[in-house]
Structures are given as C-alpha cells and as structure tokens.
Ligand binder design. Structure first.
Ligand code: ATP
Length: 353
C-alpha cells in the first residue's frame, strides 16, 4: 500500500515551533482532514507534505520510499490553495491544460485530458470562459481539475472552501468527497471548520499549538474525545471543574457519579465535559445526578431548543429535541436536570486548553 507516513515531522521558524513532532499515517485512498484553530500548524504541516517547506526534523515516506528531501515538483502531488491561484489571463480549459503542457505533454493530448477533467467537475460548458467570469464555486472546480490534471499520487487542499459562501461550501464539501471517493485518491484537507472535517473525512487529525491532539474517525473524535481541548473544539460541551472523590467528582456542593468511575487518585483536579444533547430534562425518579435548576434562557432553533440553566455547579446548556408533544419551557421555571453518569467525560485538568 502506498501509505504516506510522517515520522517525528516538525518545523521551527527561528526559535518559534510551528509543528512539534507529528507522527501520522495517511492510508492510501483515504481523505484526512487536518483540523484546528488558527495558528496551530495545519498549513505548515501540509506544506511540508507538499515539499514546499523543509522540515526541521523527521522523515516523510510514501509507500516506504523516503521523500523528505524530494523537491515539490518531483512529488506528483496536486495542490489546491485557499485563493485557488488560477491564471486570470487563461481560460478555464487552458488553466487545466497548463500544468500538463509545461510537464511536456503534447498540446492535443493536454487539451483532451483537460476536456475529460472538466467533464469530471461538471465545467465543460464553461471551458472557454475567463476565470474572472466564473463564480467562486466554479473557480474552485477549475482549481480542483487543474490539480488533478497530472494524476497526482496525493491530493492536498488548503482551506479549499474558505472563499465560498456557507450554502455553496456545504454543497462543494459533498461534491468533493464524492469525487475523491470515485477517484480513490489519498487526500489531505486543511480546515478550521469542524463541520467540513466531519462531512468529508475518513480520519480527522485534531491539532493545537503545533501538536497532534487526536487522530480518528469523526464519530470517535466526537463521542470519545481524547482530552478537554478536543471535547471543546469539536462540537459543543459544558465544562465543570472538580476534584476526584472515591470515583465520583466533587463539583461545588455536589458529588457527581461518572461511568466508568473516575480512575484518577482522590484529590486530582479534573475537568468534566457533558455534551448538551446528552443532559436530560425528563422526569424519571430513579435518575442519579439529579440537580435542581432554573431556566435562564430558551433558544428555539426549530428542530431543537437550547435550554440555558443555572445550577449550583454552574451554568449549563441542554439541547432538547422538539417532538410532537414539546414541553413548554419558560424563563424563570424551576426544573430538574439529570446528568447521566455515562454522559460525563472526565479529563485531567492540565489537558484543558
Ligand atoms: P491558519 O488556520 O490561520 O492558516 P494554521 O493552523 O495553518 O493557521 P500555520 O500557518 O501552519 O497555522 O502557522 C503555524 C505557526 O507558525 C503560526 O504561529 C505562524 O505564525 C507560524 N508561521 C507560519 N509560517 C511562518 C513563517 N514563514 N515564518 C515564521 N513563522 C511562521
């Protein structure tokens, strides 16, 4: 398998560390998203993979072959940049054929291959348009077709949707994912948008401050975050700071049961996370971790409501799915909140971002 493997890859700019030491394997044919907040090192990592940035340490191999010092133009990697970097003086098909022509492909064959690629990205009717006469989504498709023209081994995209409006962005995420699956090409996408990563990726690499925090499929990252940073960055979470006491967590005046029991030593400072949709407002009597709460705000979002509550362990937001018999909630109402033990995830406090 032509897996792309990074071993201890890092980059320093002077004394500043942009990427610490990344160990990652990108499996052949998968789509991986590098996800993290601004400045966490995503682009630097992608540029090192592309050969546009020299690593300060570590090794990159493709199918077992060391490519760490191979110049970018010898890597056969296709790249789409944030601003698409298209040639405004060329038309659509010339933009796509350009890379082939300079690689020595005969003009007629380059035109024929450009034609097929424009079919693939559904831009054939626009083949003779100038770049300035295209919409954002069409420009992005030209950039994708151009990057695919040389039949790259690896496809790299840096924030490919950032120039598009929200609706088009969502459509293009699906389109790009379907195209990638059809071609079976190993693809790495840089994004700071978790929905984008979850829509497209087989594997998400969550980064923060130059480090890889967690690697896994979207569902694992969401349901089993490795630490408080990931729980906070992916999806929404309520956080409470507490101290471990006999397998429970003491938060303010309460001991909350957690499942599995907290494995930290008594007295350890921990941070407890609870997804808004996993907290309950039902009325079953037997529930553990039942807390009196007062409603401070109700946000009606259509299919769900966010109920903001004040409790003696702090504020919490509960996401309540609105069924046929939607319960009325009013600001000022007293209500029982239940935090099921299995809905609470306990992280060591020092991992908190
Ligand atoms: P964004 O989402 O804002 O593009 P990013 O996660 O892609 O951010 P990088 O662009 O990889 O982050 O930058 C990582 C760190 O390295 C940042 O602190 C940045 O300021 C620094 N950095 C990036 N390029 C250079 C450079 N050429 N010289 C010095 N520092 C750099």
């Amino acid at each position: 398998m032509a897996d792309l493997v990074l071993q201890n890859i890092g980059k320093d700019y002077g004394s500043a560390r942009a990427v610490g030491s990344a160990n990652l394997t990108f499996r052949e044919g998968e789509l991986a998203a590098l996800l993290g907040p601004s400045g966490c090192g995503k682009t630097t990592l992608l540029r090192m993979i592309a050969g546009l940035e020299e690593p300060s340490r570590g090794m990159i191999t493709l199918g077992g072959r060391n490519i760490t010092n191979l110049p970018a133009h010898k890597r056969k990697f296709g790249m789409v940049f944030q601003n698409f970097a298209l040639f405004p003086h060329l038309d659509v098909s010339e933009n796509v054929a350009y890379a082939l022509t300079i690689a020595g492909v005969a003009k007629a064959e380059a035109a024929e291959r450009a034609h097929r690629l424009l079919d693939l990205v559904q831009l054939q009717p626009f083949a003779s348009r100038r770049i300035g006469e295209l919409s954002g989504g069409q420009r992005q498709r030209v950039a994708i077709a151009r990057a695919l023209a040389q039949e790259p081994d690896i496809f790299l995209l840096d924030e490919p949707m950032s120039a598009l409006d929200a609706k088009l962005r969502e459509e293009m995420q699906v389109e790009l994912r379907l195209l990638q699956q059809r071609l079976g090409i190993t693809t790495i996408v840089v994004t700071h948008d978790q929905r984008e990563a979850m829509t497209m990726a087989d594997t998400i690499v969550v980064m923060s401050r130059g480090s890889v925090e967690q690697v896994g499929p979207p569902q694992t990252i969401y349901h089993r975050p490795a630490n408080a940073f990931v729980a906070d960055f992916i999806g929404r979470a309520n956080f409470f700071d507490g101290v471990v006491e006999n397998g429970t967590v003491r938060i303010g005046p309460r001991n909350l049961s957690v499942s599995p029991a907290a494995s930290f030593i008594d007295g350890a400072a921990v941070r407890v996370a609870c997804r808004p949709e996993k907290a309950c407002l039902d009325e079953s009597d037997s529930a553990t971790n039942r807390l009196p709460a007062r409603i401070t705000f109700v946000r009606d979002l259509g299919p769900v409501r966010d109920i903001h509550l004040e409790t003696d362990i702090g504020p919490i937001i509960v996401e309540y799915a609105i069924g046929e018999s939607a319960r009325p909630f009013a600001v000022g109402d007293s209500i029982d909140l239940i935090l099921p033990p299995e809905a609470l995830q306990v992280f060591p406090e020092e991992a908190a971002a």
